[in-house]
Design a protein. Structure first.
Length: 151
């Protein structure tokens, strides 16, 4: 498992190093709890984006629930400054409970998103993802909405 995580981090680092960062993303997510996050989006090719992010979830019985994710998007221009994209990604999920029990698990995402450009430096986006978290019964779909600020 450690080798898998190390390999994934190496691939993510290499992808980011060769990419050009386009936006800073501020987002909120709703699943069975509420989360806030921040990330970046970088173009790898004309149609493929790399989007790493980190989120904090306000998760009831958990003191801390943090996620670090890295998704790949394949963009389709659907007109009127809308971009539709399927996404696939992975990451890590960290939980710490009130009884000081903590878990670190691998996660996988699959879903789709839609971006609407408002100006050359501001866009809004929504994503719907199914997330599988290894070692947990918290797998499920969730909705994310946010804004993209061009840099």
């Amino acid at each position: 498992m450690k080798k898998l995580i190390a390999s994934a981090m190496l691939v993510a680092s290499a992808a980011t190093a060769s990419a050009q960062i386009q936006t800073i993303d501020l987002k909120s997510s709703i699943r069975n709890d509420f989360g806030l996050g921040v990330g970046i989006t970088a173009d790898l090719t004309d149609n493929i984006e790399f989007s790493p992010s980190a989120s904090y979830y306000f998760a009831g019985s958990l003191i801390t629930n943090l996620q670090a994710e890295a998704d790949f998007h394949y963009k389709f221009d659907v007109g009127d400054e809308f971009i539709l994209y399927p996404l696939l990604g992975g990451g890590l999920d960290y939980d710490n409970t009130k009884d000081s029990h903590s878990d670190l698990n691998f996660l996988m995402n699959i879903g789709c998103g839609l971006t609407k450009e408002f100006t050359s430096s501001l866009a809004g986006f929504v994503e719907c993802k199914y997330q599988w978290i290894g070692g947990h019964g918290r797998d499920g779909a969730y909705l994310t909405a946010g804004i993209k600020l061009a840099i």
